[in-house]
Every structure is written in C-alpha cells, then in structure tokens.
Design a protein around this ligand. Sequence first.
Ligand code: PHE
Length: 339
Amino acid sequence: MLDPNTIAKEAIEEAEKAESSRALYEVKMKYLGRGGTVTSLLKNMREVPPEERPAFGKAVNFLRDTLEAHFASLEEKLKEKETLQKLAEERIDVTLPGKKRDMGAIHPVTRVKNELVDLFMGLGFEVFDGPEIESEYYNFTALNTPADHPARDMQDTFYITNEFLLRTQTSAGQIRVMESKKPPIKIVSPGRTFRSDDDATHSPMFHQMEGLVVDKGITLCDLYGTLEEFARTMFSPSVKTRLRPSYFPFTEPSVEVDISCFACGGKGCSLCKGTGWIEVLGAGMVNRRVLENCGIDPDEYTGFAFGIGLERIAMLKYGVNNIKLFTENDVRFLKQFRD
Ligand code: PHE
C-alpha cells in the first residue's frame, strides 16, 4: 500500500504543473475524486493491521485536508490568470455602428380611440365593449327602427342570417347597457362597425365610439358641454361647437354636431369647403321609446347619446384624404405616426 507522504508529494508536484483550472480539476479528481487515490486509501483500511488503523486514518485525513487546501489556493490563482487572459482577448469595439430595429407606431385610429377613452374616462365615463355580430333587435328594432322603418335604408347592412347582422353602429351597445344596468349610466363604447359603403371617405369596416349618459335631469345642455370638451381637447382649445337639427330614430331631438374649422379658424378654406364649419358627429337626447324598450321610465330619467366616427376624426386631425390608407398597412403611411 502507498504511503500517504509519497502520495502527498506526487499530488502536489502534479498540481503545480497544471496550467489551467481544467487541468487542475483533473488532478484533483485523480486524488480526491470518488475513485481517487486518497479515497481508495480509506476504502482499503481493512488491509492495515488493526493497531495501526487509528494513526493511519488520521494521516489520510490530514493528507486529504492538506491537498484540498492546496488545490483551492492553486485554483484561485489559475482562475484569476484566466480571467485576465480572457479580458485581454475579448474586446468590444464601441465605435461599430449598432443594429437598428424599426420601431412600430400606434395606428392613427387606435391613437384617436385611446385619446377619446382617456378624455371620457377623465369625465367619469366607463368603457363598454359590445359584440360586432348583433341581432336585428339590438342594432335596429330596440333603437326605435322597426323593420318597415325608412331609416333602415340610411344604412346598408351586411346580413348574416335573417336575424343576425354585422352591427352598423355602436348604438346597438346602448340597448345592451341600458338593459343590464340601472341609471345613472355613463359609458362610451368604441368598436368596429360595418356598412356596405365604399368611397374615399367610407369603408365597409370602420370604427365608431358611442357615448351614452342616462340619469335624472339630463338635458341637451349636458350634451353640448360634453361635446365642447371633446372638440377642444381633440382639435384645439379655440374650436367652437354648434348643433344643427337632424334625425335619428333613437334620439329626439337629434342633432348633427359641427366644429368651427380648426384649419382656417372659421374663415373658409378647402378643408371646410368654404363654410367655416366641419361636421364631426351625430347625437341627440335618447328617444323616450328607446328608454321604454329597456325598462327605464322616461318620465323619471332622460339621457343623451352621441356617435363619433373614429376614421373621420383621424382624417380631420391628421389631414388624411383617403380612408383606405388606414387599412392598406403601408409602412410609409404608418411610420408618420411614430412618437
Ligand atoms: N348611430 C348613429 C350613426 O351611426 C350616430 C348616433 C349615435 C346618433 C348616437 C345619435 C346618437 O350614424
């Protein structure tokens, strides 16, 4: 059997020759690993005469501790040397141009929607999300537009079945809200709407944002004040708002809302077609029949509603002259909306 002192000498010599931490590790395993020399000395204890065993055991343990300490200090030195070597070899050239990634932009219609949601939430409105596939009842009948009503022709509807259709207006959501909630109600409802209509300012798919307020004592003045706030925030603080009589089956009275032209200040230009005013949305006081359809007593409660076309607002705000630009996904168009 090998003598511990001889092993110690050999192991230390070998370890000192190791030029890398990897090589040192191999030496360490050879002596102190599972099947290593020192470990097998302990395993072979049986061969040592019983009276010598305590002294032998002590010597082997001492050998193991000594080697472990020695290996650890060598390892530290080697690792330090290796780190310095690595630092010297690997260099970063900070003058190289970086990799550029194209940044995305928020779509102008989404941007308008976000701005409006912010504005109306600031005024205490909640956001309601209605379905895009609607029944005839919600899109028309409950909104005081029965089947034979001429106002159905105002909108060219995409029917899916006799009963179901792609909603032509977010107004359908008004009914859903009033059916499920008691006044006070104060919601906006943005979303996609569909009409069989197609030219430079109309697209078969477009976006609207509905607004609905129902409570005791709501008047046209409340509607007017809300829309003034909308016009000033979205366009310019100096913009004026005017209401013109109009017709929608679900509001009475109904109004068309114009703002003074923010491009020419009302003098008349190509944007406002010389009139000084730009039409921005439809609105009105909720028709008492609509309240009744939803189980709300029209003698106790009144309300106003409005519907904003988001593409229309985006076109006006950003000077876009064709609605198709919003859906063509041309990066040259979209990247103009980067922050
Ligand atoms: N839904 C109407 C439209 O799409 C707009 C509107 C909404 C009018 C709410 C009055 C009240 O033309």
